[in-house]
Design a binder for this molecule. Sequence first.
Ligand SMILES: [Zn+2]
Length: 261
Amino acid sequence: MKKLSVFLFVIVICIWGYDLFQSEINFPPSTNSSTSINEGDLILINSSYAMHENAIPTDIIQAEQHINYASIDDSSIELSKRLVQPLNAMLKEAREQGITNFAINSGYRTFETQQSLYDELGANIALPAGHSEHQLGLAIDIGSTNGPMGLSEEGMWLAQNSWRYGFILRYPEGKTDITGISFEPWHFRYVGIPHSQILFDEQWVLEEYLAYLKENGSYEMKSHKIIYVSSIDQAKQVANNSPYTISGDNLAGYIVTVKKQ
Ligand SMILES: [Zn+2]
């Protein structure tokens, strides 16, 4: 019995020691990080690039039950759980500023839903199944109950402020030649902070941002450094002991977001 206790004690010490060693050589903890090129907040999905099945969300929830400060008439509207906090915070701030007539009209779509939309509306209006950001659970269509979104206070407020909560106006005016989609003042995509700020400041669409990163290798801000690399091993190395997150771009590489200390 005594021998067994000593044996167990030695095992525990070994495991503890190994853990300690591991934690010393481990990279810093990160959140929402992706290890696949086809996953993450920054993956590009458009008419040319389809989503990979890895990107199908597994945290889908009902919008009606979780989203405040917006009218949601359809109980079948769903979205990724990740959007709940930033979306509620954004709509709350708008409400505090007197902008209150938001309506959530669309959220997560399954492959089948997107397929039926495409069949029903045609290629000029809908994207084929596998090519819509709505299938990621990271896109929402927000309208105004006060008229057309592009002309409403709600649309104008979101266009100016949504970046502060990690969202981008994905299909802005004047970028149709790049996005392939006409101006959609209602479609917001979550990319997370600080990327939403960069896109807003530079007036880039996601296609332009990813092309810039790929070509230049990095983007420097006061608070973060954004680095583009081609392998997951490189992605982990460039963080250099600072907190980081990783997202694939769905094309050829990884975007590492390093928080400056
Ligand atoms: Zn949309």
